[in-house]
Structures are given as structure tokens and as C-alpha cells.
Design a protein around this ligand. Structure first.
Ligand code: ADP
Ligand code: ZN
Length: 800
């Protein structure tokens, strides 16, 4: 049925129908209701919820794809003349019920078009069937399944290879009476034939029947990844690990529950996940698991979803899942941005058909099409990258919790630095809290010291990015054969190009955005470098002379390139690799650099936050934070939380094996609580202080928030539109009699990006419900539409 278009069913066809369906169009505009009614032609009787279909749209009846979200026998009385569904657009089974319900929740909660949510759930490669080929399959024609007499008689008439092929084909049917379809080459192989000739002769004789099936070929080789995660034998669990595994194990098969696994860096969280999965699979061997019955096919056993941030960066973690469960225990499918379209389609198909039961992937793997889910794991649950920054603006951790609730299964959130959202839920008893307070046997937390850059600057001449203390430790670490990790969360060479005259104050700014430009060294260019905007990617030539006062300009501020330059000058003997968005273009780049560092070939790894997580290299004995202040000064209420997380996570790379690690944190704010408490490995004190200060002003997690950003090329138009929206919001708050504070409109902290002016309105309340009420009210009235000019961000993570 795939790709077929029945033009027979034009507008004025008499209503010969097999019922009616509501279809959420993939390209639909935002509406709170979320679908259009269509009649089902007899040829498509039995359309199910979750099926992807093609329907005619608009005057021109343009074929458009969408998802069936409702089926009914009764026509919608509001519709005069029904159009008919044109075709089923997808040859796989419909999306599981839980995903359909989840999509509805996302569309309502995050204020986005329902069809678009479905569009996000299903990768484009699956929709386009990328890599799908038609392949020949054959099987023995047998009068009655397994009629041995007839079989022997037929075989007696055949000679040599043909007889052997026929026998092998019959054996396959007997093994799987309903299936038995084989690849002709495999069949020939089994019978010891070198070519397919005898197979084809049997097809001609009518002894084998043939059909074509759709197969996705994918060359994704998980073996290399498996090697990266191979450990000799699973270790003996520490008591704290065992307690966590037990608690999660107890919860398996007993409905919905949320578990926060707060384990310091290197405390063996991944091992806890692996054992919990093993428990789920053991339960089912003992017959304790609940299966999902489905007609015709074997019952589906519950699968597992494992979310990891930016998977391409953590081949070690992924490898451990593949090593433990790849072959035997259920099969692993990986989903991440480094896959080709065909690979993604193939991986998705394996999950959909129940061939792989563990989905390991980044954000969108929360939508893995497992027919049934028995356990969900969210590793590094505090990671900001779980929030999608374009439509639909969902948070994968929160969606994971919702999915677990729909599936009726436990969800485990793991982190060394839990988000204050999750942590406060645990403190209030809504999530079960499991702590891993110690590193695995033999390893200890590193010793962290803070270097005051203000003092350093007073006591030392010249411009130095590395303090004397950090330099000397780098020296001694190199001499002892240890490896070093240096973090600076800012790429480029220098983030300011300015007039040195303070009275002038001129700085190079982007022509299209309200931000300063960043200088990037580029040796290949005759000018030696380029000035780039990190928001719109616009480039300019470096201004060497201040256009206002005529002084020669200077570049100042930090960037990874500049640190790289200083290190090669001061430590020419060290082999160094730089890891940031400029040097890492694809998953292969990561793999290469990580392999070089893991094998010990590289002495020093310098990079942005992408080196802060996941890295597990025993010989890292020194970690330096070149500037702890990059996140601290951002105009965002989570600035302290991010700073704490970044320091704690990168410090966690040191001392993971037999060597005690050392960490040096350089800062201009040596007294800042986030920095002091991160240095002391004191998450509890940090969280307590931060929660208290947020509670005082009703900021998340003690309150909830939604942010609406409006953008426009035309400033007066934008002002009018944002005033109008704020007014409508305030009016709704009064009319609905709910307690929601409306703030704004005000200009965003970056008031212009890519020539678009930006204004925001914020909604704050004690809980999510009243905010939802107000937003839904405006959506229903058509006064709030999520599109390219209006971004509704519920539970925002970034506030710039
Ligand atoms: P985390 O995710 O908490 O940072 P990992 O799960 O990566 O920690 O574990 C760190 C290392 O310790 C891994 O190499 C892992 O194989 C090992 N490990 C985990 N649990 C134990 C244990 N109980 N005994 C010894 N080694 C362990
Ligand atoms: Zn710009």
C-alpha cells in the first residue's frame, strides 16, 4: 500500500466509508485541539490510532502526511462533506498507544502542534524509508504444514543440489510454520550450493514460492563500540550500588516510580544501570514479566530506554551497554546524530519490530518505538542538552518521566550533580533517593584548589592564562607520566576586540546581533584570522584601528585557541589535542581524539564542556579549569548551578584509578559559594543554599515558569505584538481567577539575533497547572500560536 495514492476519492464521492478518523497533520499550524476529520475508504478499513497516513489538504487536495489520533463510527456533525484518507503512508506497525498518548501530552504541555510532535517522534529517515530495498524471499510450498510423505515423494523426484535445497527449505518451514521465508543466497548456502541457480529452478517448478520484502540495509557496526566498553567481568558491587540495584529491582513490574541515583563522579552509576536492566531480563526468564499480547505475533517483552547526553561524546558508555547486552540479552539499538539516515532507519526498525530491546540514545531516543517499556534510564539527568531549543521545546527527562508513567514502569535519573528540580522532588519524597557517596574501590575524589586570578595578576607581569600553580603542577604531572585535562568553556581565540582607550569604550559588535564578536585564529587565511558572531555565524575582518578614536585595537578575553597557543609555547614537549565545536566536526573526530587520549598517545586534552562528561581515563591525574567564571556571570538564574555542575563534572575526570587526582580551579571570584562548594565536593550544601535563595523569589524549582519569546525584523511591530500578548495573558489570568504572575514584555538579554528584535513575556506560578490553564485558554482563542515568530518555552532551560 506504500506510496499509493487513490485519486478515486475526490471531494464528491458518495460516503461509502469504513468509519472516520481524526488526523493530526505533520505540517499543521498550532491549535489546541489538534486534528482534522477524514472518512476512511473501504479499502483502508481497520485504520488504527498511531498509523501514519496520507490525506488531501486544502482546495488543491495536496497530499499531506499525518497521524491518526482517533477513530470513530460517527461522523463529526460539524463537517458537511468528508474528504477521504488517501493511503497508509508507512509500512510499519502504528506507533504504540503510549507514544500516541505521550504526543498528546507534549502538544498540550509544551504548547506545540500535535502533528509536529509526531513528526519529531519519527525520524525523517524512517518516514522516507531511507536505505529500504526490495529483496527476494523464498519458501517451500507444502501441501499441509509438515506433510512428510508428500515431501519425501517430491524430494525423490529431485536430483543433487535441488533435492538438498528443497530439503533445507522444508526444514525452515517446519521450524517456523507461519514463516520460513529465506534469503535465496542463505538457502543456497545451507544446501551447499555455490549459486542461486538451483533455488531459482525450484521456483520455476513451483516447489518454492517467492515474494519481495522491504529490507533496510545498514552497515552500522556496533562491534567497535562494543570493544570500547568491554570489561573482563562485571565487578562485585559496592554496598551502596547493591542497595540501589535492589531498590530499582524491587520496583520493576510494579508500576510507575521515579528513582534519583545521586552518585559522585566515578561511583559506578553505569554499573547500577546495567544490573537493573539485567534484573528486568532475569524477571522475565522467571516468568514474572508482563507481556504485551498482540494478535498473530509473539508477545512483546518489555524493553529499556537509556538516554545519554550527546551520545557521540560517550562511546565508552554506549560500548558498555553493547558489550553487556548486545548479542544475547535482547539486543541494543543506538540512536544519535552521528548515524547516517539509512542507519537510523535500520536501528528504528529493529526496535519497532522488537528485534532490539534496549534503545541507547540522545534526547529523541525517549521516543524509541518499543512496543512496551519496562525501565527507563536517564544518565546525567541535569544536562541542559536534554531540552530541545526549537519546536517542540520538550525536555527529554520530563518526557521520560511522563512516558514511564504511561508505560507503568520505573524511571532512574542518574547524576553526580542532580538538577535542583530532581533533587527537590527527592527531598520532598516524591522521588526515591539512592546515594552512591564513594568512588569505586581503589579510587578517591581529587583534591581541589582554587587560584585567585586577581592576586595572580597583581603579583605577576604580562598576560598569562595559566597561573603559576597550574603551570607547575602541569610540569610535575608531565614529568611523572600523568595525563592532564584542561577546561575552558569558550571557543575561539579571544572574545573581545576593543579600543584600548577606556574613555572610548568601542568594541567590535555583530552587525546583526546585539553581541560582541569573537576573534578566531585561522592560519590558512592571509589575514591570519577572522572575527565571527557565535549567534548568527556572520563574519567580519578584524578591525585593526578603532573607527572612533584611531587607536590600534587590542584583542582580549579568553578562548580555547589562545590557551592552546600558550601551552605550545610553554610546554612544547607535550602532545596536546583540542576538543571544541570548531575542531570536532563529526562523530569520527571525537572518536579519534578520544582514542588518542585513552591510549595515552596524547598527554593533554584541552576543550570546552564537551570534555567534562563521561571521560573515564585512569591516568588523568590533573584537571585544570582555566576560567570558572564563564558561566557565572551570565544573566540567568541557573548561572551558579551551571558553574557548580561544570566544575564538579570536570573535576570528576581526575583520579578515577589508582592515582590520586588534583584539580586547579582558576577564578576571579574565589569566594563564590558555587566555586567554593564545588571545590569541597559539597553538593548538599550547595543545593541547600541555592534552593533557599530561589524559594525566596519563587524561581524554579520552588515555582514554575514559562517564557514566551517574540521576534520580528520590525521593532514597532514587535512592540505592539508583545504588548498585546502580555495584555491578553493578564486578562486571562484575571478571568480564570488563577495565581500567575505575568512579567513583561521586556527586551531579551540578547535583544537582537540575526536582525530580529526579541522581546519576552514570562509567566511564573507556584505550580504548572495555572500556567497551563492560561496558555491553553489563549491557544484555544487563537491568541497564542507557536510559530517562527513566537516561541513558547515551558520550563525553559536557557533564558538568554
Ligand atoms: P560513574 O558513571 O558513576 O562516573 P562508572 O559507572 O563509569 O562511574 O564507573 C567507573 C569505573 O568503575 C568503571 O570503569 C566501572 O567499570 C568501574 N566500576 C563500577 N563499579 C565497580 C565496582 N563495584 N568495583 C570496581 N569497579 C567498578
Ligand atoms: Zn550575529
Amino acid at each position: 500500500m506504500l506510496g499509493q495514492t487513490h485519486n478515486l476519492f475526490a471531494d464528491d464521492t458518495p460516503p461509502v466509508t469504513a468509519g472516520y478518523v481524526t488526523v493530526a497533520l505533520e505540517r499543521s499550524i498550532d491549535a489546541a485541539g489538534g486534528g482534522f476529520s477524514y472518512a476512511v475508504p473501504l479499502a483502508l478499513a481497520g485504520l488504527a490510532v498511531g498509523q501514519r497516513v496520507t490525506v488531501p489538504l486544502g482546495r488543491g487536495n495536496k497530499p499531506t502526511s499525518g497521524w491518526v489520533v482517533e477513530t470513530t463510527d460517527k461522523p463529526d456533525p460539524a463537517v458537511k462533506r468528508f474528504k477521504h484518507v488517501l493511503a497508509v503512508a508507512d509500512d510499519g506497525p502504528p506507533l504504540p498507544d503510549a507514544l500516541v498518548t505521550l504526543a498528546r501530552w507534549i502538544a498540550a504541555y509544551y504548547c506545540c502542534p500535535l502533528g509536529m510532535v509526531f513528526g519529531t517522534m519519527m525520524p525523517a529517515a524512517v518516514k522516507r524509508s531511507t536505505g529500504r530495498k526490495m529483496k527476494r524471499r523464498v519458501r517451500a510450498v507444502m501441501q499441509n504444514d509438515g506433510d512428510t510423505e508428500a515431501e519425501t515423494e517430491t524430494k525423490g523426484k529431485l536430483k543433487g543440489l535441488q533435492a538438498a535445497v528443497y530439503e533445507a527449505a522444508c526444514a525452515a518451514v517446519k521450524k517456523e510454520p507461519k514463516a520460513g521465508w529465506m534469503d535465496p543466497s542463505d538457502l543456497a548456502d545451507q544446501a551447499g550450493a555455490k549459486t542461486n541457480a538451483s533455488v531459482m529452478q525450484l521456483v520455476k517448478k513451483g516447489l518454492l514460492e517467492e515474494k519481495k520484502v522491504a529490507v533496510v540495509e545498514s552497515d552500522l557496526d556496533l562491534r567497535a563500540q562494543r570493544a570500547a566498553g568491554e570489561v573482563d567481568a562485571p565487578p562485585t558491587l559496592m554496598q551502596s550500588q547493591a542497595a540501589a540495584v535492589n531498590a530499582v529491582g524491587q520496583a520493576l513490574g510494579k508500576g510507575f516510580s521515579v528513582h534519583l541515583l545521586h552518585g559522585i563522579t566515578g561511583s559506578g552509576k553505569t554499573e547500577v544501570y546495567l544490573r537493573a536492566i539485567a534484573k528486568l531480563f532475569e524477571d522475565e526468564k522467571r516468568g514474572n514479566a508482563t507481556c504485551l499480547e498482540s494478535e498473530g505475533s509473539p508477545p512483546f517483552l518489555p524493553g529499556v530506554i537509556v538516554l545519554v547526553p550527546e551520545i557521540a561524546l560517550t562511546p565508552q558508555t554506549v560500548g558498555r551497554f553493547i558489550a553487556r547486552f548486545g548479542q544475547a540479552g535482547g539486543g541494543v539499538a543506538v540512536l544519535h546524530s552521528g548515524l547516517t539516515a539509512a542507519q537510523r532507519n535500520a536501528q528504528w526498525g529493529r526496535l519497532r519490530r522488537g528485534e532490539a530491546r534496549i534503545a541507547v540514545g540522545a534526547r529523541s531516543a525517549v521516543f524509541a518505538p518499543l512496543p512496551k517499556v519496562g525501565l527507563i534510564i536517564v544518565d546525567e539527568e541535569h544536562e541542559g542538552s536534554y531540552k530541545q531549543d526549537q519546536l517542540p521545546r520538550y525536555h527529554a527527562r520530563d518526557v521520560a518521566i511522563r512516558r514511564a508513567q504511561l508505560e507503568g514502569c520505573p524511571v532512574v535519573l542518574g547524576s553526580a550533580t542532580p538538577s535542583l528540580e530532581s533533587y527537590s522532588h527527592a527531598k520532598a519524597g516524591r522521588f526515591a533517593l539512592h546515594s552512591l557517596p564513594d568512588r569505586v574501590p581503589g579510587a578517591q575524589l581529587p583534591q581541589v584548589e582554587i587560584v585567585d586570578l586577581q592576586r595572580e595578576r597583581q603579583e605577576r607581569k604580562g598576560i598569562h592564562l595559566l597561573s603559576r600553580r597550574l603551570e607547575s603542577l602541569m610540569q610535575s604531572n608531565a614529568a611523572a607520566g600523568g595525563q592532564t585535562v584542561l577546561l575552558l568553556n569558550r571557543r575561539g581565540y579571544a572574545n573581545y576586540i576593543a579600543c584600548p582607550d577606556h574613555r572610548c569604550g568601542w568594541m567590535m559588535r555583530c552587525h546583526h546581533c546585539d553581541v560582541t564578536m569573537v576573534y578566531h585564529r585561522e592560519k590558512k587565511l592571509p589575514s591570519g584570522g577572522v572575527v565571527r558572531c557565535h549567534h548568527c555565524q556572520a563574519e567580519q575582518m578584524l578591525e585593526r584601528v578603532c573607527p572612533e578614536s584611531g587607536h590600534s585595537t587590542t584583542v582580549f578575553g579568553l578562548g580555547t585557541q589562545r590557551v592552546e597557543e600558550e601551552i605550545s609555547r610553554k610546554f612544547p614537549q607535550l602532545k596536546m589535542a583540542r576538543m571544541d565545536a570548531d575542531t570536532m566536526r563529526n562523530a569520527d573526530d571525537y572518536r579519534r581524539v578520544l582514542e588518542g587520549f585513552t591510549s595515552g598517545e596524547t598527554d593533554l586534552l584541552l576543550g570546552t564542556q564537551m570534555i567534562a562528561k563521561g571521560l573515564d581515563v585512569e591516568n588523568v591525574r590533573l584537571v585544570g579549569v582555566v576560567s570558572a567564571d564563564t558561566a557565572l556571570n551570565l544573566p540567568d538564574f541557573r548561572a551558579s548551578e551551571r558553574t557548580f555542575q561544570l566544575i564538579a563534572q570536570v573535576a570528576g575526570r581526575a583520579g578515577r584509578g589508582k592515582y590520586r587526582g588534583r584539580v586547579v580551579v582558576q577564578t576571579f571570584s574565589p569566594e563564590d559559594p558555587a566555586i567554593v562548594q564545588a571545590a569541597a565536593h559539597d553538593f548538599e550544601s550547595f543545593a541547600a543554599g541555592e534552593l533557599e535563595s530561589r524559594e525566596g523569589v519563587g524561581l524554579p524549582p520552588s515555582g514554575r515558569m514559562a517564557r514566551i519569546v517574540l521576534r520580528d525584523l520590525d521593532l514597532p511591530k514587535l512592540q505592539k505584538r508583545s504588548q498585546k500578548l502580555a495584555h491578553a495573558l493578564r486578562e486571562a489570568v484575571t478571568r480564570l481567577n488563577v495565581t500567575v504572575r505575568v512579567r513583561g514584555p521586556v527586551a531579551c538579554s540578547i535583544a537582537r539575533i540575526a536582525d530580529h528584535h526579541r522581546h519576552q513575556v514570562e509567566l511564573m506560578a507556584d505550580s504548572a497547572a495555572p500556567i497551563q490553564q492560561v496558555l491553553t485558554d489563549l491557544r484555544n482563542a487563537g491568541k497564542l500560536i507557536s510559530d517562527t515568530h513566537t516561541a513558547v518555552d515551558v520550563d525553559p532551560v536557557s533564558l538568554l
